[in-house]
Structure formats: C-alpha cells, structure tokens
Ligand binder design. Sequence first.
Ligand SMILES: [Zn+2]
Length: 44
Amino acid sequence: MYKCARCQEPILTSLNTVGIQCKKCGSKVFYKERPNVKKIVRAR
Ligand SMILES: [Zn+2]
C-alpha cells in the first residue's frame, strides 16, 4: 500500500505504472506504508 506524501490519500494504482498522480491533489510523491513505522504505545 502506498500513500500520497502530501495528502495521505491511499494510492490504489500500481506504482509500476509510469506517470501516475494522486487523484486528490495531483502530487507525484508517494511513500510506502510500513507497519513498523506506526507509533507503538505500550500500556504497561
Ligand atoms: Zn495527494
């Protein structure tokens, strides 16, 4: 899953396609969403 770096809109189109843009803001900058980037909060 990739997300737009500007507006965090999920990118459904494959990044293998050349010239894709964010449908929402037209940005061409994306980042790959990784589970380990999410903030982990421990209750204990
Ligand atoms: Zn966007």
